[in-house]
Design a protein around this ligand. Sequence first.
Ligand SMILES: C[S@@+](CC[C@H](N)C(=O)[O-])C[C@H]1O[C@@H](n2cnc3c(N)ncnc32)[C@H](O)[C@@H]1O
Length: 298
Amino acid sequence: MFTGTYNDLRLRIFSKHPHLFPEEVFNMESFKWSFGILFSRLVRLPSMDGRVALVPWADMLNHSCEVETFLDYDKSSKGVVFTTDRPYQPGEQVFISYGRKSNGELLLSYGFVPREGTNPSDSVELSLSLKKSDKCYKEKLEALKKHGLSASQCYPLQVTGWPLELMAYAYLAVSPPSMSRQFEEMAAAASNKTTTNKNIAYPDIEEQALQFILDSCESSISKYTKFLQASGSMDLDVTSPKQLNRRLFLKQLAVDLCNSESRILFRAQYVLRRRLRDIRSGELRGLKIFSGFRNFFG
Ligand SMILES: C[S@@+](CC[C@H](N)C(=O)[O-])C[C@H]1O[C@@H](n2cnc3c(N)ncnc32)[C@H](O)[C@@H]1O
């Protein structure tokens, strides 16, 4: 990402105006540094339409997932103000919220991962894909494309659940050719750009749709498990103690992120399995009643 953005800037701006952007200053190293400084310190000001600013004193405040206080511009005092949401004791560390962000977003923008289980906004992207072998692959893809979606889509899973769009995508992925008239409705509900009714339900294929989500969850879990197992014996390939510390630190961040994301996937797996078990045992009960009737009438 850095390399692409930097090369783009160099090609389109720096190389055309070398007197304004000398290579000794505007190089990859300084670009990385300024990018990091800017993105870990800039403040979005909600009352100024989300305009961003660098606010020297405010960039000393660390983030906590447990507070709901944001920095904002205050018209009456003409300054950036911060009001705490609870009393603090003298000497106690004061926190702000960097926004309701997932652990992955916090790691990418700020370089840290909150302690496991402490971030209620944490989420993990679950990738769902149409099966190439699906008899209606072309029709489904066409319906998806109409709503700005593609054959593979990512949806955020949280410990507390998943968006209605994800379920709509799963319905579309598993629906048989006999439901082709509903493809359009399902694709529209799977898109977060449309405002159509998202709360669609197709009881006949609910079990297959949940199983489809569960399969995707389990395939994702197995990737995380493989990474976490391999991380124990990962070759860090370093030449100095300083480099070793840095690599160990980065590896720990990756492990922390994987642990928090797989925790969400395990929770989803549990909920899905339980729901499927209920559906299947309901069906079994239905079958037993039906065979009871048969006995009765037979
Ligand atoms: C705006 S600065 C906050 C001040 C910073 N701690 C400092 O000493 O300059 C943002 C950086 O602080 C660190 N940080 C903020 N909140 C944190 C937290 N809850 N856990 C670990 N590091 C945190 C991260 O390195 C982040 O990029």
